[in-house]
Design a protein around this ligand. Structure first.
Ligand code: MLT
Length: 436
């Protein structure tokens, strides 16, 4: 039976060689150009990062190692983790070996719970999650071995150890936060016979006689696993990791980015907006009411759950959740409200010229389903996103270490420099033609 480590060890030399060859043969090739507008505009669209675990073509949405995310909706998060790392889905034995590893590494050190107990009761669950992941830094294999002179060629091996430990413990920590933060009673011990996702659902303690909540959690954990490297949490985590800070530092840093309302916290905000509309209209709004309410929100700000920095189509992750809702809870009033807004919002947004993406993203539908199954604390939703994203952040880091990528250190410029240089530089060529 091949372990994940054996599988990666076999692949790494060839991928290292390919990277070496590419840089040697095409190191001077111009891949993109940068406009002044992009420098001030969040570096939007600049091709300047490498990420093999997944890609997000604007017209397709998330592709994990060549597989559209919708094709992975029925897979387990462990299968997807193997895919992210090894580039193909595991066979039954390999999956079993990964599940066994995660189950064996799942024990959370006691001091983590003591830190949770010491935190203010009203801390945001994401602050709790990031803090507890960071608190485990003393466990880092990479850190210990680095201090003892770990060779660069073996950085990935120690990073994989940290990755497996961190991923294995994230669900218990996240579930412990849920129980404590929302006064749900004592922590529920994990059940080692359950899969990673099912065990997380079990430790949350949501009543689930039909098993549908566990199914939803499985889907949630698959859909949020990774979204290339340009999003705030992945890029932050990569930058921190590039300083050879270990995964406890870098994943925690990524979670701090995920906690922002423009990134992962959006799912919390989306559901709050849906519930607010239901309160206003005394239940599911009519199409006309929904149209008016959405137009009013848009006139004063952003519509939660609509638009995306990269996507120019309906986020396929939204569609997967939407299909799940249509199948399992089509009559749920919160889900129905999501559906009514989906009917009207894209057309409203299409009328506004500066809006490039009028379509729903993953956050537009996910919360309504969690709510339906009794996870009614939107404040917690980003933590589930975070547990899932530990898969992508750690997989990306393992490969970055395997390829020996250097510290990330781009160059900043001053506004005075831009004001002097910009008028002297020739007009940038049409950016669309520069797209890869
Ligand atoms: C994500 O899943 O990370 C979000 O959709 C944000 C992004 O890709 O920018």
């Amino acid at each position: 039976m091949a372990t994940l480590k054996d599988t990666l060890a076999k692949q790494i030399p060839a991928v290292r060689q390919r990277t070496k060859d590419l840089t040697k043969q095409h190191g001077n090739r111009i891949i993109d150009q940068v406009t002044l507008e992009q420098i001030y505009g969040g570096m939007r669209g600049i091709h300047c990062l490498v990420c093999d675990t997944s890609s997000v073509p604007p017209e397709k949405g998330l592709i994990v190692r060549g597989k559209p995310i919708a094709d992975l909706a029925d897979r387990s998060p462990e299968e997807v983790y193997w895919l992210l790392l090894a580039g193909s889905l595991p066979d039954a034995d390999s999956l079993k070996s990964l599940q066994g590893e995660l189950s064996a590494r799942g024990k959370v050190p006691d001091y983590v719970w003591a830190i949770l107990d010491a935190m203010p009761a009203d801390s945001h669950p994401m602050c709790m999650f990031s803090t507890l992941l960071l608190a485990m830094q003393r466990e880092s294999d990479f850190h210990k071995r680095y201090e003892q002179g770990l060779k660069k060629d073996d950085f990935w091996d120690a990073t994989l150890e940290d990755a497996l430990n961190l991923v294995a413990r994230a669900p218990a920590i996240a579930a412990g936060i849920y129980r404590k933060r929302f006064n749900k009673g004592p922590r529920i011990p994990g059940n080692p016979s359950l899969s990673w996702g099912a065990n997380y659902a079990h430790m949350l303690g949501i009543a689930d006689s039909s098993g549908e909540f566990a199914k939803l959690m499985n889907l949630f954990l698959v859909l949020h696993c990774d979204h290339e490297n340009g999003n705030v949490s992945a890029m932050t985590s990569t930058v921190v990791n590039s300083a050879l800070s270990d995964l406890y530092y870098s994943v925690s840093a990524g979670m701090n980015g995920l906690a922002g309302p423009l990134h992962g916290l959006a799912n919390q905000e989306c559901l709050a907006w849906i519930l607010e509309a239901m309160k206003k209209f005394g239940g599911v709004p009519t199409k006309d009411q929904a149209h008016k309410h959405a137009s009013e929100t848009l006139a004063t700000g952003k519509l939660p759950g609509y638009g995306h920095g990269v996507l120019r189509v309906i986020d396929p992750r939204f569609t997967c959740f939407y299909n799940f809702g249509k199948k399992h809870c089509p009559e749920d009033p919160v889900f129905k409200t999501v559906a009514v807004f989906f009917d009207v919002i894209p057309d409203i947004m299409k009328q506004i010229q500066k809006i490039k993406d009028p379509w729903p993203n993953v956050d537009a539908s996910s919360g309504s389903l969690l709510y339906h199954y009794g996870l009614t604390e939107p404040l917690y939703y980003t933590v589930i996103f975070g547990v899932s994203r530990t898969l992508g952040l750690t997989a990306q880091a393992v490969w970055n270490r395997a390829l020996g990528l250097p510290i990330i250190r781009p160059k900043s410029v001053t506004a005075d420099w831009l004001a002097t240089v910009a008028p002297e530089k020739p007009q940038a060529a049409n950016r669309e033609s520069a797209r890869l």
